[in-house]
Each structure stands twice: as structure tokens, then as C-alpha cells.
Design a protein around this ligand. Sequence first.
Ligand code: SAH
Length: 213
Amino acid sequence: MNDTLKHRGLRNKLADILIDKGIVSTKVLNAIRTIPRHLFIDSSFEGHAYQDKAFPIGAEQTISQPYTVAFQTELLELKAGHKVLEIGTGSGYQTAALLHLKASVYTIERQRELFKKTNIFFKKMGYRPKKVIFGDGYKGLPEEAPFDGIIVTAGAPEVPKALMSQLKVGGRLVIPVGMNDQIMTLYIRKSSTEFEKTEYGSFRFVPLLENKN
Ligand code: SAH
């Protein structure tokens, strides 16, 4: 598969749909207009790649819906060079959005099959996260902490304490919290002990699983 003018046109339309849904960040919209989402999914879904939908990517996981990726990325308020931890690499589409914003990205995936597949895909595409890790993101990545941003792309029954503690002061944690449906939640670290919490709309993610490796 390759990337064509037709794909680019479809991406521009997708960005327009996201604008209608309330996404305002030019940088985030440009990521949507640039990243060839059809290359992140099985070719049998290619025709659907630029609809605002989630899709299966194998191992019972999904590539996040473009709106969700845009919404979470916008909440991170990334600046070039920010150090970001992503929990749930999956297809790598969200990772590519973070890289497009020139963040320094560390990403963790607990499904070995997806971890391997996406790692190969990153190399093929020339995407360069700082580290792609096979492991349990529930624990975060203490050896690389603290982070300017942490994004969780699976539904967390509760907020893992380790992730809160690995945020810089001023850093932002974007995490969908809940069992069946999740409330998108933003924590901003105000000091070593204080966090400001803001809740957004309801989303649906595959579950964040703990200690199942
Ligand atoms: N950002 C991805 C979303 C994939 S779905 C994309 O856009 O494609 C969520 C991913 O989180 C799945 O791949 C799942 O295997 C992974 N996951 C679930 N629990 C995890 C954990 N504790 N640590 C790391 N990854 C986890």
C-alpha cells in the first residue's frame, strides 16, 4: 500500500469532521491531515481508514478513533521536545500523532504480538519513538520519569498511582477512567502533592490490563 493524493483528500475531510466535533488545535489537525492512517490497519479495512471510527488491529485490540486521538493529544498541550509516555502502543497511530508534534516519545505495549508488529512498522515508516517497550504500562516507566505528559490509550478501572508520581510539576496525565465506558480525565500536577483534575466526555476503550504478561 502507498499514500496517494486520494488518501490525502480523505484525510483533509476527516480533519474537517474533527473540527465540526470541536477539535481546534492546528498542530493536532495537521497531524490528522498528515499521518497515513490506512497504513496502520489491515488492508481489508483500508476503505474505512478515514472514517472517524475505531477498528480491530489483531490480538483483540483496536486502533483508536481519530476523534479520540485528536482529543487526547489536544489535552496534552505538547510542545516540541516534551517528554511523553504513552501506555498502549497498539497500532502506533497515536504514537505517530505524538511524534508529529515533535515530542520525545516513550511507548509501552503489553501484547507481544502487537509490540513486535508495530516496532517493525515504525522502522519501515521511519517513525522514531525514543523507546518502544514491551511490558506493563500500569507501572509507568520510572527509569525515564518525570514526564511532561502521560497518555493512556486503554480504559483504566482506576488511575495507576505510579503514573501520577511520574509526572513533572506542570505535567499532564490524560487517562480514560472507568470499566465499561470511560470518562476522559485530565490531571495537571500543580506541586509534588497537588493535582488538578478535570473530567471530559464519555469514551469507550479496550481495557487497561494489569500484570498479565
Ligand atoms: N494507541 C493505540 C490504541 C490501542 S488499544 C492505537 O491508536 O492504535 C489499547 C492498547 O493498550 C492495546 O494495544 C493493549 O494491548 C494495550 N494495553 C492494555 N493494557 C496495557 C498495559 N497495562 N500496559 C501496556 N499496554 C496495555
